[in-house]
Write a protein that binds this ligand. Structure first.
Ligand code: SF4
Length: 159
């Protein structure tokens, strides 16, 4: 059978909710509806490693300030380097990379919104997570045009 030659990168927890911070998961195992949509469009999925697992599986939910450190950004950049090697491997062989799917509201993988601390409480605000900021920066540096969207904007990548 002829392969679709279409690929999408996704944040780890899109297909493994178990990686999410304690109490953050709204799905049993994966983002239902989103994953099916990708597969129905004959798009292969490349799952990025979860950066926040650096702080363990049983970590509490934290806001962006917690993750906004040079050490964590460096860790994110290592993951990004690995992902962009895969990106280059496929794209130079004429595979279509549709984009990267982030997770809305995440302090790490949020694309349109992230969480910060306001008056000691978590608040969802416009802005990007640390990993997405680093990913955008690296893509710009390397002249890579990778579309990056939150999971609910997946249709913009599948068009
Ligand atoms: S860091 Fe990203 S991949 Fe990991 S749980 Fe948070 S949103 Fe998902």
């Amino acid at each position: 059978m002829k392969r679709s030659r279409k690929i999408i990168f996704v944040s780890h927890c899109l297909i493994n909710t178990n990686s999410k911070a304690l109490t953050s998961a709204k799905h049993k195992a994966y983002y239902e509806g989103i994953v099916e949509k990708i597969l129905k469009n004959d798009v292969g999925i490349i799952q990025a490693p979860c950066p926040e697992l650096l702080y363990g599986v049983n970590r509490p939910p934290m806001n962006k300030e917690f993750y906004d450190t040079e050490e964590y950004r460096e860790y994110c950049r290592d993951i990004i380097e690995y992902l962009l090697e895969i990106y280059k491997l496929y794209s130079k062989n004429r595979y279509q990379i549709l984009g990267f799917v982030g997770i809305e509201g995440s302090p790490t993988c949020g694309v349109s919104k992230t969480h910060i601390t306001v008056n000691g409480e978590p608040k969802k605000v416009k802005g990007k997570g640390v990993f997405i900021e680093e990913l955008e920066k690296k893509c710009k540096e390397e002249g890579i045009e990778l579309k990056i969207r939150d999971q609910d904007d997946i249709d913009e990548l599948l068009r």
